[in-house]
Design a protein around this ligand. Structure first.
Ligand code: GLP
Length: 276
C-alpha cells in the first residue's frame, strides 16, 4: 500500500481524488460508479468540497451509487447524530444523487442480522464498491470494526469499545450515556472486497494508529493493518498524523521532504509484512 503525506488539506486532496476517479470512470446508466462513504470529523472538509464541485457542475452524481460504512444501532434516522442525518447534512441534500442510489445500514431494523445480509446483497447487486473512502479510529478501527474483528468479517452488528464511545461522546454533549453501544458496520472483508481503498487520517490523535499501521505486522489487533492486504490501498495523512512515524518510513519521509521541500505531497511505499 502507499502512504501519501500531504501538506494541503486531506479533505481537498480526497475530494479532488474522488472527482478525478469518477470522471475517469465515466459513469453511465448501465455503468454506475459505486462509492463507499464514511462519516466522522476528518471527512467534513471533503464533503464540503464535494458539495462545491457538485454546485459548480464539476462533478455529476447522477450515475453514482453510494454505500455508507456504518450506522449506530437504535438511533432514529432523524436524530442529529445518526449517520443518516450526518450524510443528509453534509452531502445527500446538496448533490444530484438519486434517492434510490443511496444505501445506508438501517440501525433501527427489527431484525438487525437480516439487515446486515440485505446490505451485503445490495452491494453485490450494485456490482461491488469501486472506491471505498474511510476514516481511521484512534484505536485503529476502520468503519466500526474494532480491534479483534476478523479480517474476513462481513456486514455485522458491532459492540463499540469504551475508547470509541469516549472518542465519539463529543457528538453527544460529552455524555457517555447517550452514545450508542452498538453499530451496524461493513466488515473488514467487505472493505477489502472494494476495488480501491482510500483511507484518511488527520491530526495527532491518529498518530499512534498510523505508527502501528507502519510498524506492526498485519494483525486484527490493529484493524487498519488490513489495508496492507489490499492491492490498491492508499492511506492519506497530514503531517500531524505522521508525527510518531519511526524507522524506515520516517527515513523515507525525511528524505522525500528534503529532496522536494516545496512539494504538496510525498508518496511513500509501505512494505507489507507477513500476517501474524
Ligand atoms: C467513527 C466512524 C469511523 C470513523 C471514525 C473516525 O468511529 N465509525 O468510520 O473513521 O469515527 O472519526 P473522526 O474522523 O471523527 O476522527
Amino acid at each position: 500500500m502507499r502512504l501519501i503525506v500531504t501538506k494541503i488539506s486531506v479533505g481537498l486532496w480526497a475530494a479532488a481524488y474522488i472527482k478525478n476517479t469518477v470522471k475517469q470512470f465515466a459513469p453511465a446508466l448501465d455503468k454506475p460508479f459505486v462509492l463507499g462513504l464514511p462519516t466522522g470529523s476528518t471527512v467534513l472538509d471533503m464533503y464540503a468540497i464535494l458539495r462545491t464541485f457538485a454546485k459548480e457542475r464539476l462533478l455529476n452524481f447522477q450515475h453514482v451509487i453510494t454505500f455508507n460504512m456504518d450506522e449506530y444501532v437504535g438511533l432514529p434516522a432523524g436524530h442529529p447524530q445518526s449517520y443518516h442525518s450526518y450524510m443528509r447534512r453534509n452531502l445527500f441534500d446538496h448533490v444530484n444523487l438519486l434517492p434510490e442510489h443511496i444505501f445506508m445500514p438501517n440501525g433501527q431494523a427489527q431484525d438487525l442480522i437480516q439487515e446486515c445480509t440485505r446490505y451485503e446483497e445490495a452491494m453485490v447487486q450494485a456490482g461491488g464498491i469501486d472506491l471505498f473512502i474511510g476514516g481511521i479510529g484512534r484505536n485503529g478501527h476502520i468503519a466500526f470494526n474494532e480491534p479483534g474483528t476478523p479480517f474476513n468479517s462481513r456486514t455485522h452488528v458491532a459492540d463499540l469499545t469504551p475508547s470509541t464511545r469516549e472518542a465519539n461522546a463529543r457528538f453527544f454533549q460529552n455524555d457517555l450515556t447517550r452514545v450508542p453501544r452498538q453499530a451496524i458496520t461493513v466488515g473488514i472483508g467487505t472493505i477489502l472486497d472494494a476495488k480501491e481503498l482510500l483511507f484518511i487520517a488527520s491530526g495527532v490523535t491518529k498518530a499512534a494508529a498510523i505508527a502501528h499501521l507502519i510498524t506492526q505486522p498485519v494483525t486484527p489487533t490493529w484493524p487498519l493493518t488490513a489495508l496492507k492486504l489490499h492491492p490498491r490501498a492508499t492511506l492519506l495523512a497530514d503531517l500531524e498524523a505522521c508525527v510518531l512515524l519511526s524507522g524506515d518510513l520516517k527515513t523515507q519521509l525525511d528524505e522525500a521532504m528534503e529532496a522536494d521541500p516545496h512539494a504538496e505531497q510525498w508518496v511513500l511505499s509501505v512494505e507489507d509484512k507477513e500476517p501474524l
